[in-house]
Design a protein around this ligand. Structure first.
Ligand SMILES: Cc1cc2nc3c(=O)[nH]c(=O)nc-3n(C[C@H](O)[C@H](O)[C@H](O)COP(=O)(O)OP(=O)(O)OC[C@H]3O[C@@H](n4cnc5c(N)ncnc54)[C@H](O)[C@@H]3O)c2cc1C
Length: 293
């Protein structure tokens, strides 16, 4: 039972929300509440004021402007999973959103909440990183943009100050002949946090050409979602196929920094990194060649 020892505010504009966060020590924003309410209940977070973002229209929805896909932080996992724009431009994000939690969780859980909570296992962070997502941050006295791979500092820590809000996540259009894929392993099919995930992006020189560019991001095998430079160096300029993917998958083990916990040992997670990297690269490659999603 939640002990509600805090005040609650539901502003209708971004400025009102920013004022409230700036002027009140101990104020925390809430989006869908699927992480925050539990953290308050467990005593991990002790806000004096909870500022709901739910009524702020400009933080909602998916739109395309000047070629970029812009996703508001209040967009739910269900909305992302159903979006044809996301499916076409960033299949990996659709896959991550589609499998998260249960239908009830997906109807409340937001993209912004998943990113700002900064869990190493947050499923939507790796797709944002491989696609070069740009985080738009806003505070009362400043606004700035941060590349998504620089947003996360550690478990529960981001570059945001406590009075800042994530305003939008912008995705530049990916080049032609590009495919992305997200694959994960959990202990159950749903309602369980990821044990390890791998997200891949591959861009081909042409439909039957070499790998022109690639990106990999490993989830839940380090304090933040990890890019995988050693694995990527095995891909760029190479012919796509099982041999190349296997070399990259073995190198990805070196890029990972897993720990032992009750969900899996570090050894098991390293094995998963190799196996999931193979699968993610295969799917991303098929999509880069125009394969059906
Ligand atoms: C049963 C269950 C299963 C789950 N399964 C998964 C899973 O498979 N994969 C996974 O990744 N997660 C999972 N989760 C975790 C959770 O649902 C997600 O992290 C969710 O996306 C968080 O979004 P929210 O809107 O509920 O965030 P909230 O709980 O409202 O907020 C989370 C944090 O982000 C901050 N915040 C929210 N929006 C903003 C903003 N715009 N600017 C600044 N700060 C902000 C809040 O202050 C808070 O600290 C699961 C949760 C449950 C309960």
């Amino acid at each position: 039972m939640l002990a509600a020892n805090f005040d609650f505010l539901e502003p209708e504009t971004l400025d009102e929300a920013l004022d409230a966060l700036f002027e009140n020590d101990g104020a925390i924003p809430i989006a869908g509440g699927t992480d925050l309410i539990r953290d308050i209940d467990l005593g991990k977070k002790k806000p004096t004021l909870v500022v709901s973002l739910a009524r702020i229209g400009e933080l909602q929805g998916i739109r395309v402007e000047a070629g970029e896909m812009i996703i508001g932080p209040l967009t739910t996992m269900s909305a992302i999973a159903k979006s044809s724009e996301v499916k076409t431009r960033l299949a990996a994000l659709k896959e991550a959103a589609s499998r998260m939690g249960t239908p009830q969780v997906r109807n409340r859980a937001t993209f912004g909440g998943n990113l700002c909570n900064a869990r190493p296992a947050a499923d939507t962070a790796p797709p944002a990183i491989v696609a070069g997502g740009i985080m738009e941050l806003i505070g009362k006295d400043r606004s700035k943009t941060v590349p998504s791979h620089k947003f996360f500092l550690g478990p529960g820590k981001t570059v945001m100050r406590s009075s800042d809000l994530l305003r939008a996540i912008r995705f530049p259009r990916l080049p032609p002949n590009t495919g992305t894929a997200f694959v994960t392993m959990t202990n159950r099919k749903s309602a369980e946090i990821t044990v390890t995930s791998v997200t891949a992006r591959i861009t081909l020189e042409s439909l039957d050409g070499k790998i022109k560019d690639a990106s990999l991001c490993l989830g839940a095998v380090g304090p933040v979602p990890l890019t995988a430079p050693k694995a990527v160096s095995q891909l760029i300029g190479k012919s796509p196929g099982p041999e190349t993917f296997k070399k990259a998958a073995i190198a990805a083990i070196e890029d990972s920094k897993p720990i032992d916990d009750f969900r899996g040992t570090s050894q098991f997670r390293k094995w998963l990194v190799q196996s999931l990297t193979m699968r993610a690269l295969r799917s991303a490659f098929e999509r880069a060649r125009g394969g059906e999603f």
